[in-house]
Design a protein around this ligand. Structure first.
Ligand SMILES: [Zn+2]
Length: 235
């Protein structure tokens, strides 16, 4: 009998019958380095595949991920974080301003919005929460739970961040003020993608997709301002 190093279950054979953990670790040798290198390239290929398909056919691509095959796309939260990482890197090199930075006014709000723009990655993940709530409300007759909708939105918001990155890079190089245009096009993409995901009836779906994103973003800003007010009262 072998004893699992992870869950202490006794088992026969090479893998734990309870949790699947292997009895022996793979030795670190040439094959190990080769396999790991290959998995990095596979991730790269996976990212390109994911981005390409999300641009061309966002609805069917994510529907397939949810309902049929989860091996083709990069995992949703990882994808969103990678996209925001690309944005942050581009922003640091080219020093373009993101949407939140232009906020004027009381110091506490300025501080909050400054934090949000500096941590644009987290901002997007937090913003996905209210957008998913509105999407769930608008598409409540569809058979998807809140977490599935959050997953769907992680992909679409990730692509919207990439779109904003492209415009940010153009802004950084040419000094044309196109970051805001990138934000608008990114928002239109999310609305279009949500509408396409839920299939029928098409025209209403796009409108509902737009409203979900728009109201989600407003709810997010409203919450941020409320938190600012509470913080001001406490201090
Ligand atoms: Zn085990």
């Amino acid at each position: 009998m072998n004893i699992c190093k992870k869950c202490q279950t006794e088992f026969n054979g090479d893998f734990c019958s309870n949790c699947g953990f292997p009895f022996k670790l793979k030795p670190i040798n040439g094959k190990y380095i080769f396999d790991e290198t290959r998995s990095v390239f596979n991730l790269e290929k996976g990212i390109l595949f994911t981005v390409k398909n999300l641009f061309i056919r966002p609805g069917p691509t994510v529907r397939e991920f949810i309902n049929e095959d989860r091996t083709k796309l990069v995992k949703p939260i990882l994808f969103l974080i990678l996209c925001t990482l690309v944005f942050t890197l581009a922003q640091q090199f080219l020093d373009f301003k993101s949407e939140f930075t232009n906020f004027q006014g009381d110091s506490i709000f300025k501080k909050i919005f400054d934090w949000l723009s500096k941590n644009y990655g987290y901002s997007n993940i937090i913003m996905a929460v209210p957008i998913a709530i509105w999407t769930k409300i608008f598409f409540r007759k569809q058979d998807y739970n809140y977490y599935q909708i959050f997953t769907i939105l992680s992909y679409y918001i990730g692509v919207s961040v990439l779109i904003q990155t492209i415009f940010g890079i153009v802004n950084g190089i040419t000094h044309l003020k196109v970051v805001q245009i990138g934000f608008i096009i990114g928002s239109i993409y999310v609305a279009w993608a949500i509408g396409q995901f839920f299939e029928r009836p098409k025209r209403w779906n796009y409108l509902k997709g737009f409203l979900s994103y728009f109201l989600g973003a407003i709810t997010f800003v409203f919450l941020v301002i409320s938190i600012g007010h509470i913080a001001m009262k406490i201090s």
